[in-house]
Design a protein around this ligand. Structure first.
Ligand code: AHR
Length: 503
């Protein structure tokens, strides 16, 4: 099967915001406790953070991380997590029916993020609390000194403010499961007033208002219109969340969800444009896709367990074992973000460690990379620069969620600083090799610098685990040729490729 494609040096989508490759971590399950933090573990540093996990995190070069939730944040008292550890209260976390010991709070997390060289993106509680708590939190985090909350931070040993720019105005406030769930207008008003207060303290803050929890919500996309009409001029981003799965064991339909996500982004773009026009506003609002990942392997089982358990501390929860099919999907989804990077400025893989995560760590045991770690790493390392338009002319298929899905899923990024064109390519075909013929206009001197591949045919369900941490890993690819301004060669069925061209 042949698939023709073309890129042109001057036909670009725009500069990619590197925060497209951000992550999310929540106080839930074993993400924080026995994920990144486990005093007493042989790999723990003086602060109790796991060095083995930190090394895997650093290799992802994550630009920003959203914290501390998620559903958790909607009943969280941030003050419980500051001051002497022995005085911190144990609380019941209503979101995940677990015990929160508060041994990690904002100052510990900031220390971890600093060592990992990741910028923090903090969420405020607009569920059980509101504007007052949010403004106190921002004052504690960002104000230098000479006020009650900033001096409290200093008394906790943190002299310098953190100067956090990115703030999320609550989490999934449209969801009836959310503690303090609200109607759209009610939430939009609260978000607007909170935004005003936060900007008073941090004028250059970048504020994220909650969009729908996913595109299947009954209030979607009306929620976005109503919320934005209340707060458009005071916010910078609207959040999108979406989790994916292949419950029906239909691989092509699963991969079609990449296109479905494109429609979701497009629809929210439409809502943004509508409100901007209606308000005659000058400012732009972009998309912050601040929760995305595969979540289905244990989802039903986990929902059942949560209802039954008796407030455990850091229980194993949402610990999905990802397979090669999931890795191919994640690669394709990241391609969609690159193709839509004119709208989507920030995106966060949800989550980072143990809970629906690319990194897993056993309590007292080893840490390893899941299959999805690799496409996320490739995009984060090599997806920085200018996104190029790619025209594709090749075979397509129809599935339940989308029609005319091209078997060839491709994204291209021109990294002019380092002199590379980086291509991320997925062949979604179940059984056919795609004979790629890609015209490289404006890159006459291109030569193949690197080709790595994850092949899935006959092994889609393979995973990594503590007993076989490297079973699934990208290998060197072969069979590609760059000649006369064209890249050509066969892409095996069900394969994902990183192709780097020196230009
Ligand atoms: O990431 C897991 C949960 O999914 C988050 O807490 C919530 O925001 C979403 O529903």
């Amino acid at each position: 099967m042949k698939a023709r494609a073309a890129i042109h040096r001057d036909f670009s989508i725009g500069d990619i915001d590197e925060r497209l490759y951000s992550a999310f971590i929540e106080h839930m399950g074993r993400a924080i406790y026995s994920g990144i933090y486990e005093p007493g573990h042989p790999e723990a540093d003086a602060n109790g953070f796991r060095r083995d996990v930190m090394a895997l995190v650093k290799d992802l070069q994550i630009p920003a991380i959203r914290y501390p939730g998620g559903n958790f944040v909607s009943a969280y008292n941030w003050e419980d997590g500051v001051g002497p550890k022995e005085d911190r209260p144990v609380r019941l976390d209503l979101a995940w029916r677990s015990k929160e010991t508060n041994q990690v709070g904002i100052n510990e997390f900031a220390q971890w993020a600093d060592s990992a060289r990741i910028e923090m993106m903090l969420a405020v509680n607009l569920g059980s609390r509101g504007l007052e708590e949010a403004r106190n939190f921002v004052e504690y985090v960002n104000h230098p000194s000479g006020s009650y909350w900033s001096d409290l931070r200093r008394s906790h040993g943190v002299e310098e403010p953190y100067d956090v720019k990115m703030w999320c105005l609550g989490n999934e406030m449209d969801g009836p499961w959310q503690i303090g769930h609200k109607e759209a207008k009610e939430y939009g008003r609260l978000a607007d007033e909170t935004a005003k207060a936060l900007r008073g303290l941090t004028p250059d803050a970048e504020l994220v208002v909650c969009g729908s929890s996913n595109d299947g919500m009954p209030t979607y996309p009306e929620w976005e219109r109503v919320v934005l009409e209340e707060c458009y001029e005071n916010v910078d981003y609207i959040s999108l969340h979406k989790y994916f799965g292949n419950k029906s064991s239909d691989t092509l339909n699963y991969f079609g969800k990449i296109e479905e996500t494109g429609r979701y982004i497009q629809a929210i773009g439409g809502a943004i444009d509508y409100v901007k026009a209606k308000k005659r506003a000058k400012n732009d609002v972009f998309i912050c896709f601040d929760e995305w990942n595969v979540w289905y392997h244990n989802r039903d089982e986990d929902s059942r367990r949560v209802k039954e358990w008796d407030w455990p501390e850091a229980p194993a929860l949402l610990e999905e074992d990802y397979n090669i099919e999931d890795a191919l999907f994640v690669g394709g989804l990241l391609n969609e973000f690159i193709r839509r990077s004119d709208r989507v400025r920030i995106a966060c893989i949800a989550q980072l460690v143990n809970v629906i995560a690319p990194i897993r760590a056993e309590r007292g045991g080893p840490a390893w990379k899941q299959t999805i770690y690799y496409p996320y790493q490739f995009a984060s390392l090599y997806g920085r620069g200018r996104a190029l338009r790619v025209s594709v002319d090749g075979p397509t298929y129809d599935c339940r969620v989308a029609d005319d899905v091209a078997y060839l899923d491709i994204a291209a990024v021109h990294d002019a600083r380092e002199g590379f064109v980086n291509l991320f390519v997925l062949n979604r075909h179940l059984s056919e090799t795609l004979e790629l013929d890609l015209a490289l206009t404006g890159f006459a001197e291109a030569r193949l610098a690197e080709h790595r591949v994850i092949e899935g045919q006959g092994r889609l369900r393979e995973t990594n685990g503590p007993e076989a941490p490297h079973r699934v890993a990208p290998v060197e690819g072969s069979g590609l040729l760059v000649e006369n301004g064209r890249l050509s060669g066969g892409l095996a069925p069900l394969s994902y490729h990183l192709i780097r061209l020196k230009v």
